[in-house]
Design a protein around this ligand. Structure first.
Ligand code: ADP
Ligand code: MG
Ligand code: MG
Length: 914
């Protein structure tokens, strides 16, 4: 028969830290702590296997479990010297859920299980404290009823509040024996009324009720939602820990607390935590009383309220355990402890969650102390965490002051890291207007849509009251590297009334508001954002590298990452400025330069429109002649910024109607400029209208129908390259044809491009080496990759379009059904954020294989959104790509993710989520 129960007591344990799959994180670490001699109350863990069997059997307890639990209970009684169910001196236990990954959505812990009407009096006698016994019983009834019997928790809280009011005390510690006696009676009566059954008095029934409730909670909505958000599989199950109770509520020489072995926000090597005197564990997190600081240093002043001052001996012991745990686990820990009448017990340890800043410093400190090696250091810093190091920040003290002044308006999702402070604008137009006057503007909307783009560009940050991490605002802001908070539900945005309300506070347009996109906080009034030190050094060049410890460590981290990776990292950049920023962040070239972004610029949109609306070739040629020198200049700037590195330039891609005016007034103005009646222009625009523009007249299809457009672009590229070469700037243009689906499309257009190249070479007498390749984004191109590779010198996966066309999902409309797809687990993640490895990824692999089969030195890269997503980078590494390309601020993320991918291949990079 399967072993389903694992015992731990007095320095010996059947489990260990490596058994998280079977024992859950909590159970595995309880076993480990026990085995290394840390004082842990004895207990046993019912394995995740038992939970999975429970569901397999249609929610019935697996065979043999009852017997194994019975045996474990007997052992527990022996080591603890008390009997479960003994009314004179009862053994009480806690029942704690604990899956492999820590999951806030799971069942709450039940404490003091084993109490009943008689045992409570026994406990009163042996402890000599009847108030304590009653306090424990009322907690037990309350937790058990709430968690196992589904009686609303709120009901009990109301009754406690009433008791406190009658007694005129603020804290539950002020309630007396009589009050608690009455509360217990009232609680039980309420349970009977709500469930139709008396509160269970048999401890064995209580135990099985609790175990079943933990198993069931694995499947509740909250837990499922959490698993979905964090990509935790549904079928791994939870373990159940049954552990002897120790009491932090036995008087003023007792306490309970939580701590981090180092500061989780800054990484500083100081003990950092909180505790409550005379309390049980739940009280610290529940926030019913304000906890006290753990150390004198943390308390400030004379440190008199601290644990260090009040429980000197236990504090010293705790410091020793802190060292033992850090040395043993080789990482910062998040711990729980309880002091019962001067004796310290440890109740939990796990890897502590930390900010990006803390992750960097902690890893380096451990490395410098000789505890971990370089590879471990690399694996300790999640690639995404780097975004936090690069984003602007608010000064911690200034933020604390704002918090104290009650200026926090609410909290939303941290959608775009970084701090921003600006005057509120409720519409995109207002944002643009206000920004033109030189004010920092924060765009505040209930949600954003593509029409808000100009406002988002003008704003220093974006705040919405609705939407999730993949809402339009969130995605666009991250793409722009702008601070953004979405879904701040506590805020009401009334655009017509031009006001923002949060509780009793109202802000008007023009008032200042501040957002911290790394935490989700929304604060009234202005705070000063400071560029990160890394940004000051690399981009603004206002800080000397040797003056920043943070930078020194960041730079070292990136050097190690670069040594360890195989994938190259390029950037998506359309301007010399973006190219320079990306290069400072370590980009090894441009993987995607979108020429249409240049077309939108104010000084040339008129010429672009003229070209589009021209009736004939002659008209188009005239307009293109105006565009040529401007494009040439753009490319010169970009080539210079990327001197010595490859630059992939994509020829015109979007459907032409995107460049056209939309309002009658805009048509009239354009008509005046072009000296053509507005009506004619509108008619022409009408002709360009398409039902499905994203599948319509765009990409290379434009090149086929209007070859002169691509020829102009090619000429601008070659002339710019020749000009740069003449001034000794090394250039490596890679000309990319978008949306190719047939070999003929490519051959036709590549032929024209090469012909232009010949002409320019002859004229300038300079021959610059270049490549012509294609973007792979139409599934058909994947299926004929071998044939295309015979003609094309490189492939670059445009994974946005490839995902769109492989799934048949319109990226612009996915918001209507994606949330349901994610909720129902039809999709594990948004495929536009993280590459679909099974479907789209299969096309990628096939394309690489057949492409390289036809041309061994075929260069292959990827330039979609996915290039900056660590999970996708890992996949591209495994698929044998040469490079990924992402937005400038994600370049460091991709570099580290690429190193992680290489480490994982080695088997030295485990999962960092504990
Ligand atoms: P969570 O996962 O929500 O932290 P836990 O199982 O860790 O839940 O328990 C909640 C609280 O109860 C913690 O503060 C924990 O330290 C405390 N606790 C759990 N078991 C015991 C026990 N046997 N004796 C004393 N306190 C306990
Ligand atoms: Mg806990
Ligand atoms: Mg595309």
């Amino acid at each position: 028969m399967d072993k389903l129960v694992y015992f731990f007591a007095k320095g010996q344990a059947e489990g260990s830290a490596s058994m998280k799959d079977l024992l859950g994180g909590k159970g595995a670490n309880l076993a480990e702590m026990t085995a290394i001699g840390i004082p842990v109350p004895p207990g046993f863990t019912i394995s995740t296997r038992a939970c999975n069997l429970y569901f397999e059997r249609g929610r019935k307890m697996p065979e043999g479990l009852e017997g194994q639990v019975g045996q474990a209970l007997t052992r527990l009684e022996k080591v603890f010297g008390k009997r479960f169910g003994d009314v004179a001196d009862p053994l009480l236990v806690s029942v704690r859920s604990g899956a492999k990954f820590s999951m806030p959505g799971m069942m709450d812990t039940i404490l003091n299980l084993g109490l009943n009407d008689q045992a409570v009096e026994g406990l009163a006698r042996v402890s000599g404290d009847r108030r304590f016994a009653l306090d424990s019983y009322r907690r037990f009834v309350q937790m058990y009823a709430g968690v196992v019997l589904d009686v609303p928790k709120h009901d009990f809280e109301t009754m406690i509040a009433a008791a406190k009011k009658a007694r005129r005390v603020a804290d539950d510690t002020g309630l007396q024996e009589k009050d608690l006696e009455k509360l217990v009676a009232a609680f039980k009566k309420h349970v009977k009324k709500a469930t139709g059954k008396a509160f269970p008095q048999d401890p064995v029934d209580q135990l099985w009720g609790a175990v079943a409730a933990v198993f069931r909670s694995w499947d509740n909505d909250r837990a499922r939602l959490y698993r979905r958000q964090y990509g935790i599989p549904d079928d791994i199950g939870t373990a159940v820990n049954v552990q002897c109770m120790v009491f932090g509520n036995l008087g003023d020489d007792c306490a309970t607390g939580v701590a981090f072995t180092r500061n989780p926000a800054t990484g500083e090597n100081v003990f950092f935590g909180e505790y409550l005197p005379n309390a049980q564990g739940e009280d610290v997190v529940a926030g019913i009383r304000t906890p006290l600081p753990i150390s004198r240093a943390q308390a400030g002043g004379d440190g008199s309220g601290s644990l260090e001052a009040r429980h000197a001996a236990c504090y010293a012991q705790l410091l020793g355990i802190r060292d033992t745990l850090e040395t043993h686990y080789k990482d910062m820990q998040d711990i729980e402890f309880t002091i019962e009448r001067g004796t310290l017990y440890m109740l939990q340890t796990r890897t502590g969650k930390r900010t990006g800043l803390a992750a960097l410093h902690i890893a380096f400190d451990f490395k410098e102390a000789g505890v971990i090696d370089t590879k471990t250091l690399l694996s300790r810093i999640e690639a995404d965490m780097l975004v936090q190091l690069l984003a602007p920040i608010f000064d911690g003290k200034e933020k604390d002051r704002a918090r104290k002044d009650g200026r926090v308006l609410g909290k939303g999702l941290p959608a775009g890291p970084g701090a921003a402070s600006g005057a509120i604008a409720f519409t995109a137009e207002r944002a643009v207007e206000m920004a033109k006057k030189g004010r920092p503007v924060l765009l505040v909307r209930s949600e954003t849509s593509p029409e808000d783009l100009a406002g988002m560009v003008a704003a220093v940050g974006i705040l919405t009251s609705r939407g999730g991490m993949t809402s339009h605002a969130a995605v666009v802001a991250r793409g722009m590297g702008k601070p953004c908070v979405v879904g701040a539900e506590a805020l009401r945005v009334e655009v017509e009334k031009r006001r923002l309300t949060a509780g009793k506070r109202t802000l008007k347009e023009g008032d200042f508001v501040s957002i911290d996109g790394s935490t989700g906080e929304v604060i009234a009034g202005s705070l000063t954002p400071h560029p990160s030190e890394i940004q000051q050094i690399l981009v603004e060049k206002t800080l000397k590298p040797e003056r920043s410890r943070l930078y020194g460590r960041y730079a070292q981290l990136m050097r190690w990452a670069d040594d360890g990776r195989r994938l190259k990292v390029r950037t998506n950049a359309d301007t010399p400025h973006d190219a320079a920023v990306a290069r400072a962040f370590g980009a090894q070239g441009i993987g995607l330069c979108r020429t249409e972004h240049m077309f939108f610029a104010e000084d040339r949109i008129a010429a672009v429109r003229e070209m589009i609306l021209a009736d004939d070739l002659a008209g188009r040629a005239k307009a293109l002649a105006k565009l040529l020198p401007m494009q040439r200049q753009d490319f010169v700037g970009i080539f210079r910024a990327m001197a010595g590195l490859p630059v992939t330039i994509r020829l015109l891609d979007p459907p032409l109607h995107e460049f056209l005016p939309t309002t009658p007034e805009q048509f009239r103005r354009l008509g005046r400029e072009m000296r053509v009646p507005a009506a004619r222009l509108m008619e022409r625009a009408e002709q360009l209208h398409e039902t499905n523009p994203m599948l319509g007249h765009r990409g290379c299809r434009l090149g086929i129908t209007y070859p002169e457009v691509y020829e102009m672009q090619a000429r601008a590229i070659f002339e710019a390259a020749a000009k740069c070469a003449a001034s000794k700037v090394e250039v490596h243009p890679e000309i990319m044809i978008p949306l190719v689906g047939t070999v003929r499309e490519f051959v036709d257009l590549a032929g024209r491009i090469r012909a232009v190249g010949e002409t320019v070479a002859a004229k300038t007498k300079t021959r610059v080496p270049y490549l012509v390749g294609t973007m792979i984004e139409v599934p058909r191109a994947c299926l004929i990759a071998g044939a295309i590779a015979k003609e094309a010198q490189f492939f670059s996966f445009g994974t946005n379009d490839l995902t769109q066309m492989t799934y048949g999902f319109s990226r612009d409309d996915i918001g209507k059904f994606l949330p349901a797809y994610l909720d129902e687990r039809i999709l594990p993640v948004d495929p536009f954020q993280s590459i679909d490895q099974d479907g789209v990824g299969r096309l990628v692999k096939l394309t690489v294989e057949e492409g390289r089969g036809a041309r061994a030195d075929l260069k292959v890269g990827i330039c979609g959104e996915h290039g900056g997503d660590p999970a996708s980078v890992d996949f591209f590494h495994r698929s044998g790509l040469d490079y990924v390309s992402c937005s400038p601020y994600r370049v460091p993320v991709a570099r580290l993710a690429a190193a992680h991918a290489a480490l994982r291949e080695d088997g030295t990079h485990g999962s960092t989520t504990a």
